[in-house]
Ligand binder design. Structure first.
Ligand SMILES: [Cu+2]
Length: 130
């Protein structure tokens, strides 16, 4: 009976851990000139609106708060389709920034994040295939 109970608990834990892993979502770290941007999302990259939590750190390691943050999504031209470029809304949430990134279709995306504070602009870039 004890053995059955521990097997049952092991099974529950396995299911739980698997479910958690599936929910892991999306995480990306970017660096430029000592600045760092960490993007996290509850959901993996998907077609539609992706909600990204973006934390930006200055070279001293402290969160870069009160910056003006811009995010652009660019898709190069595809056969039968011109290039596309979108500026996404970004909200300042205090110690992080929240962006609603609408990835409107499958294909190659290039993301540019700009953080501007006190006349200094730092740019982060990355790309992926959706
Ligand atoms: Cu396209």
């Amino acid at each position: 009976m004890k053995r059955q109970i521990s097997l049952f608990i092991a099974l529950i834990l396995t299911v739980f851990i698997t479910a958690c892993n599936k929910k892991e979502g999306f995480k990306k770290e970017l660096q430029n000139e000592g600045y760092k941007a960490v993007i996290t999302s509850n959901k993996p990259l998907h077609i539609g609106i992706n909600i990204w939590k973006i934390k930006i750190y200055s070279p001293d390691g402290k969160p870069l708060t009160g910056a003006k943050v811009y995010i652009n999504g660019y898709m190069p031209p595809m056969p039968g389709m011109p290039e596309m470029s979108f500026d996404y809304p970004v909200e300042d949430k205090g110690n992080y920034y929240e962006a609603k990134v609408n990835l409107s279709m499958a294909g190659t995306w290039q993301i540019t994040i700009k953080a501007e504070k006190n006349g200094k602009t730092t740019t982060f870039k990355f790309g992926f295939n959706l």
